[in-house]
Ligand binder design. Structure first.
Ligand SMILES: C[S@@+](CC[C@H](N)C(=O)[O-])C[C@H]1O[C@@H](n2cnc3c(N)ncnc32)[C@H](O)[C@@H]1O
Length: 296
């Protein structure tokens, strides 16, 4: 068993060369995105994101919990909420290891001490987990960003004991998550035309097609693959949803180069569009996800 002694270890030495630049749609370099603007925004919005995504955390931790004192990997752990939730279930004798490529997010995660929780800044696609020692792996929205999905899931499997379970939540299609596309449509008249995006490129909707997920897991050596719908109520205030829409996702990327006038117009258009979805200032958003399980 590899020692994960230090919280916030820096461990970015890949086992093999991994190109991060072959994703044809923006952001093309996921490592750079999550270490800069994406990681910064997710970190700034951490409290909101964790409150919003708590139903998914609960579903994930309940399903992935392998027993007190066991060892669990949290892939793409972000600021660490799910890693910490699992650590509380495992107890101080257990190990909940959060792995994330983002330095700013691992820094936030590492600032939250908890017995049995450890964090490593690393690319989960290539990181050497030190042998098949983990009893489970889980991820909340952290496995859709790899440049080579087959290699990444084979690498994650290498860290698990034979028969150990992988449990992850990923988003279904944009159509199943309309609050993610309404802001882009509302902002479009004020922004330069964006190039067509490849739905299969690394990104939040890369796992919308369950057959694609099944194929990736099968080719990377997982068995007993099960994919079920998870519709998690994630109500959010109108103000928070406007903030989120302008900080993360395609509108945020397009606004990076925009002047103040354009920003104002986009903010107004996005607010008006989302206002139409709100009831008493709250948008009754539902996260349309897949809950995926498989065995090493
Ligand atoms: C949508 S966020 C989810 C964060 C966290 N799981 C949560 O639910 O709050 C996606 C996370 O995946 C991480 N990530 C992306 N590519 C990664 C990779 N190759 N290895 C490890 N983490 C990665 C990002 O840095 C980011 O923290």
């Amino acid at each position: 068993m590899k020692s994960f002694a230090g919280r916030g270890d820096i461990a970015l030495q890949p086992k093999k060369d991994a190109s991060m630049t072959d994703a044809p749609s923006a952001p093309t370099d996921q490592a750079a995105y999550w270490n800069k603007t994406g990681g910064q925004a997710w970190g700034d919005l951490q409290d909101m994101m964790d409150a919003l995504n708590r139903p998914i955390e609960e579903a994930l931790v309940d399903r992935a919990f392998p027993g007190v004192g066991k060892q669990v990997l949290d892939i793409g752990c972000g600021a660490g909420a799910t890693t910490l939730a699992m650590a509380r279930r495992l107890g101080a004798e257990g190990l909940s290891l959060g792995v994330d490529i983002s330095a700013p997010l691992i820094e936030i995660a590492s600032g939250q001490a908890a017995p049995g929780a450890r964090f490593v800044q690393a690319d989960a696609q290539t990181y050497d987990f030190g042998g098949a020692s983990f009893d489970a792996a889980m991820s909340r929205f952290g496995v859709m960003f790899f440049s080579d999905f087959d290699a990444a899931f084979a690498n994650i499997r290498s860290g698990l004991k034979p028969g150990a379970e992988l449990v992850f939540a990923c988003w279904r299609s944009p159509a199943d998550n309309p609050m993610a596309i309404i802001p882009g449509r509302a902002a479009a008249p004020y922004l330069p035309p964006s190039p067509p995006t490849d739905p299969l490129a690394p990104g939040r909707f890369a796992f919308a097609d369950p057959e694609r997920v099944r194929g990736i897991l099968g080719r990377s050596g997982w068995s007993d693959v099960d994919i079920t719908r998870l519709d998690a109520p994630t109500p959010i205030t109108l103000d928070d949803l406007v903030t989120l829409s302008l900080r993360m996702g395609p509108v945020a990327s397009a606004l990076r180069e925009a002047d103040e006038t354009t920003r104002g117009k986009v903010r107004d258009a996005v607010t008006t569009a989302l206002e139409a979805e709100a009831v008493d200032g709250v948008v009754p958003m539902v996260a349309g996800c897949w809950l995926v399980t498989a065995r090493a």
